[in-house]
Design a protein around this ligand. Structure first.
Ligand SMILES: Cc1cc2nc3c(=O)[nH]c(=O)nc-3n(C[C@H](O)[C@H](O)[C@H](O)COP(=O)(O)OP(=O)(O)OC[C@H]3O[C@@H](n4cnc5c(N)ncnc54)[C@H](O)[C@@H]3O)c2cc1C
Length: 320
């Protein structure tokens, strides 16, 4: 119930106006956001890299409503690819297709995506396409497959959400193409007609899908994360849930998948201890580092995931 309300608020313009006016909201949000500028993000990535952890950078923003905004968002990604190279930090980039104009015009979004991937290829880097809410699932996968068919497969990966019933079929298709897949539980509010309503079912499906991706990786010859940290292996287990992580580690060991062929991913500001532990055990670890001024919906989804975050926010608010 609380989760649904918070996810609804994450998309409500009136709530955004109120919350972003409070300086305390930014103080709490900054636990999950590197800062407002590219320089802030680079500083955080440098710190992660020093701890043996790679990054994927996210310029916050979604659901753009104007063509100029979509083109600017693509330009920002392109300039960040240049900055990552110039600064010599180990990071790829995550993007949202609704930020690249998918809700406005699929052809515009496709153009922006192609431009970004072309640049990623020239900079020897990797772009992960985040998965948004279900009205965008089909189009996101369609554009991803198109980019694979055009030969960008080494430079682009996709995200699959374990709460969707369709994900089993999607994973099977993606494994046939040896696509790089980040597996997450799913952060949006979806109806029971298309998604598991119960957390226990999402968790069980997560393990099933993790198994399928690990098998897929083995069948593809278990390609490993690149030594320089830019290119992830086929499976990326994106979760802070220790049971999901333990399952993936155990199953990978059972089938003989080398450690370097399985990446763990977490969000900036969450379970730093676990990030370091996995890196110390020898797994590739990547942290998702968001930055920018459009932090409101991202922050609200993080509150929705864990009610304790909400109380922390309220206590700060009351303290002034
Ligand atoms: C790298 C990465 C990329 C992602 N990309 C996408 C995407 O493209 N599309 C999408 O829909 N979702 C994405 N997500 C979000 C994901 O779907 C989940 O909403 C989120 O990761 C919480 O689920 P969990 O697997 O950590 O498990 P949960 O069962 O939610 O959490 C397990 C434990 O992790 C800790 N934890 C989890 N969330 C928080 C939090 N917000 N604050 C503090 N502690 C927390 C708590 O200790 C909790 O008990 C991504 C997640 C990660 C890690």
């Amino acid at each position: 119930m609380l989760r649904s309300v918070l996810i609804y608020l994450s998309q409500a313009a009136w709530a955004r106006r109120i919350v972003t006016r409070w300086s305390i909201a930014w103080r709490v949000a900054s636990r999950f956001v590197a800062g407002e500028t590219p320089r802030d993000a680079i500083r955080v990535i440098r710190e992660l890299n020093a701890r043996g952890i790679n990054a994927t950078l996210d310029h916050l923003g979604e659901n753009v409503t104007r063509e100029t905004e979509a083109r600017q968002a693509a330009e920002e990604v392109i300039s960040m690819l240049d900055l990552i190279e110039a600064e010599g930090v180990r990071s790829g980039i995550s993007i949202k297709l609704s930020q690249m104009g998918l809700l406005l015009d699929e052809a515009l979004c496709e153009q922006n995506l192609r431009r970004i991937l072309e640049h990623a290829r020239s900079r020897r880097n990797f772009i992960r396409i985040d998965m948004e809410d279900s009205p965008l699932t089909e189009a996101t996968l369609r554009l991803f497959y198109k980019m694979l068919a055009e030969g960008y497969g080494a430079h682009v990966g996709i995200v699959i959400q374990a709460y969707l019933y369709r994900s089993e079929t999607d994973i099977a298709d993606l494994m046939e193409k040896q696509a790089r897949v980040r597996l997450c539980k799913g952060a949006y509010k979806e109806p029971p007609e298309i998604a598991f309503p119960k957390k226990a079912d999402v968790d069980a499906n997560y393990d099933q899908l993790a198994r399928a991706i690990l098998d897929g990786s083995l069948a593809a010859g278990a390609p490993r994360a690149s030594e320089d940290g830019y290119f992830p292996p086929i499976p990326a287990i994106a979760s802070h849930d220790e049971a999901r992580i333990a399952f993936a580690k155990k199953y990978a060991a059972e089938i003989g998948l080398p450690q370097g062929a399985l990446e763990f991913q977490m969000l900036y500001g969450i379970r730093r201890d676990l990030q370091e532990q996995l890196a110390a055990e020898g797994y590739p670890v990547r942290v998702y580092v968001p930055y920018g001024t459009e932090w409101y919906p991202y922050f609200m989804r993080r509150l929705a995931e864990r009610p304790a975050n909400l109380w922390f926010f309220v206590i700060n608010l009351l303290r002034g």
